[in-house]
Design a protein around this ligand. Structure first.
Ligand code: NOJ
Ligand code: CA
Length: 693
């Protein structure tokens, strides 16, 4: 035994230049590269394990348990011993093909702890902790072994203990949808069950008092935390149960229809459980932990077919009821003629993509119909839509078509046609598709966020990779950073998007919505929020609906809310002639670097991004229902340079409620290092472009 440990340690030392932790020990500790965070893991006399995370002398996460329950096998919660432990460190940087920034620093200390049960069935696994300056990731790795083959996990028992009663920004732990409004409450006041009755969701299932991730917290000591997961592969999505008695969150996995949580076979790994830690809320947005914990890009060869772009859509007109997806309605939106009108609009406005929804047959039996298997056809256009001619016309004008596949949550029907549908796109030179999963999953009982669907969503990404098609998923599985491994997984909804403003009976998205989203959902990855509404009052189509912030706020979203596929959502006739369209024409979609200049969840945020492959900077600032004066220092610009500044700001008498479209555009010169004063009105914002002279 001793000899075995000695040799295995030696091997690890040689292979990874790591430092062994004390042998035959019951605890292992590591510190973050900057020495600020400390992770320790202990196993007590009963073989019960716990990890804890500290920052200096302050507990970030007090002792928190780990473990699993299985079907037809004993639970794995006690009787553990540490067989071996090895620590190592890594410092590298890697390049993203597209993203919020080109280069990503990956710098951590790692502990790999080999655990074995002290009594039969003597199962083994490895706990891996990676500690970064900005937080912790850890996962369970189950190697192939004699006494553990096929497993059904009925519960994962990972805990996230809390100190005091932190403020939380949360959505309910819905197993079918993330399109809920964010709530700000104390941990002790989280009541997800009160969010069950919801008039505007086509699917929803909230079995217990739990939240979805990312969930953001502010501790009583003033630290900002976010809990999430990275690399969700062939496993169930994790919600976090609210255990008020023990003051902690606990993993609560989304189930299969038969009640199982995860069906696996060794060897397999769980996703990484992540805890981001920041002094300033904005540092949560700048953190790259989620991406770093994913595997490197597996797509080989030339990736130039994966194109960040602005896109318009035959889309908003359906949500406004001006037209319909369904041809039988008599007001079909996706006609050849209408598509050409939009292509002209795109070509005139530096918009390189056009999404066309409602182009294919099946829309007469989608939302609300219980039997939706075999209804949608992903290769057959309605007879008033000439797909090939639209693609050809687009090419002539430099506009590429974005395909649309609404599955109406019948994924088996989609799976059957997947290869054919993606081959059609490849043959037409279409390199992006927006998918959708509206409604309860068929077969009944499977959930959007369960392992069965996690597998489906991944098959789609892989099929996309095979046929050179990028994915923008609506009603998706949460983003856990797999865009690092599959850069064709570009964007997704997975939040309450712009569409709610057009039809929600609860009055659309509140004024502070996107100041919440920036510090919660956006920590997971790109968001297809679909900005670009100029006709904020939606006249004449929806006189009772509206957008609840100012036009300058709406324009700022192009920078604040990150997506490599960024929509210009309004109708051509609403946007044409608007002075703010110059901003839409100018703004970049792919970034060299990103800096969060200020902000607090639910209140305000300012983000600056430098365009990739260029020297222009773009800044977006948004505020909630409170007016705000923000001073921003242009210390990230070249100190010796003069820049032409163009500001799109709220008019002096603008107000989200009474005068949302009043906007002033100002141009002047500034120098690197200058201080800019921004005045945002209630619900207001500012959009800035800086061009070196
Ligand atoms: C829901 C999506 O979020 C929306 O963008 C789309 O228009 C409809 N489904 C129809 O597919
Ligand atoms: Ca949606």
């Amino acid at each position: 035994m001793l000899r075995f440990s000695f040799y295995s340690l030696l091997l690890i030392l040689l292979a990874t230049a790591c430092t062994p932790a004390e042998e035959n020990t019951s605890s292992v500790s590591i510190t973050s590269p900057d020495g600020q965070l400390a992770l320790s893991f202990q196993v007590n006399e009963e073989g019960v394990a716990a990890y804890e995370l500290k920052r200096g002398e302050t507990f970030v996460i007090p002792a928190s348990g780990l473990g699993f329950s299985f079907q037809d096998a004993p639970a794995l919660k006690k009787g553990w011993k540490i067989n071996n432990a090895a620590t190592s460190s890594k410092k590298e940087s890697w390049e993203q093909p597209w993203g919020e920034q080109r280069m990503v620093e990956n710098n951590y200390q790692e502990a790999r702890i080999d655990i074995e049960e002290t009594s039969p069935p003597m199962r083994k696994f490895v706990l891996v902790f990676r500690l970064y300056d900005d937080g912790l990731g850890f996962r369970y790795e189950f190697p192939e072994q004699e006494n553990m083959g096929e497993v059904v996990i009925t519960d994962e028992h990972t805990e996230f203990s809390l100190t005091g009663d932190p403020t939380c920004w949360w959505i309910p732990g819905d197993w079918d949808i993330y399109e809920h409004l964010y709530n700000q409450t104390k941990f002790s006041e989280i009541d997800a069950l009160s969010k069950r009755d919801h008039p505007n969701l086509a699917q929803t299932y909230i079995p217990e008092n739990a939240v979805n991730t990312p969930v953001t917290l502010k501790t009583e000591a003033g630290l900002y935390l976010s809990f999430h997961e990275a690399n969700l592969t062939d496993y169930a999505g994790m919600t976090l149960r609210v255990n008020k008695k023990d003051n902690r969150f606990e993993s609560a996995l989304v189930a299969w229809a038969d009640g199982a949580k995860v069906k696996q076979q060794t060897p397999f790994n769980t996703p990484w459980r992540t805890i981001q830690v920041a002094e300033k809320a904005g540092d949560l947005i700048e953190s790259n932990i989620i991406l770093n914990l994913n595997e490197p890009n597996v797509l080989k060869g030339d990736l130039s077919w994966i194109k960040p772009m602005k896109y318009a859509g035959i889309w908003w007109e359906m949500h406004l009821d001006k037209s319909s997806w369904d041809k039988a309605s008599g007001k079909h939106g996706a006609t050849t003629e209408n598509a050409k009108r939009y292509i002209d609009f795109c070509a005139e406005n530096n918009i390189s993509g056009l999404l066309v929804e409602g182009w294919n047959t099946g829309w007469e039996r989608w939302i609300g119909f219980p039997d939706r298997e075999g209804v949608f056809d992903f290769v057959t256009p309605y007879d008033d839509y000439d797909l090939e001619e639209v693609v050809r016309y687009g090419k002539e004008k430099g506009v590429s078509i974005i395909m649309h596949h609404e599955t109406s949550a019948a994924p088996r029907t989609y799976d059957q046609q997947l290869d054919t549908a993606y081959t059609l796109m490849e043959n037409l030179g279409i390199h992006a598709v927006k998918t959708g999963y509206v409604g309860p999953i068929i077969p009944e009982g499977e959930r959007h966020h369960g392992q069965w669907m996690v597998q489906h969503y991944r098959r789609v990404v892989e099929m996309g990779a095979k046929h050179q098609v990028a994915i923008d998923a609506h009603e998706p599985i949460k983003d856990t950073g797999i865009r690092r491994t599959y850069p064709n997984m570009m964007s997704r909804e997975g939040l309450r998007g712009q569409e709610f403003n057009a039809w929600s009976s609860e009055g659309g998205n509140p004024t502070d919505h996107l100041t919440m989203v920036a510090f919660t959902r956006m920590l997971a990855g790109p968001i297809d929020y679909t900005p670009g509404i100029f006709n904020l009052m939606m006249e004449p189509y929806k006189p009772d609906n509206r957008v609840k912030h100012t036009l300058a706020h709406e324009l700022a979203l192009y920078v604040v809310i990150y997506s490599p596929l960024q929509m210009m959502a309004d109708l051509p006739e609403h946007a044409t002639g608007q002075p703010g369209m110059q901003w839409v024409r100018d703004v970049a979609v792919d970034w060299e670097q990103t800096k969060v200049l200020n902000g607090d969840p639910g209140d305000y945020v300012t983000i600056a991004r430098q365009e990739r492959g260029g020297n222009r900077w773009f800044i977006g600032a948004i505020t909630d229902e409170n007016p705000r004066a923000l001073s921003i220092e242009l210390d990230f610009l070249d100190k010796n340079k003069t820049y032409r500044l163009v500001v799109y700001q709220d008019g002096q008498d603008a107000h989200w409620e009474t005068n949302p479209t009043a906007m002033e555009i100002e141009e002047r010169e500034v120098r690197g290092g200058d201080i800019l004063d921004l005045h945002l009105v209630a619900g207001g914002g500012a959009a800035l472009m800086l061009v070196p002279m």
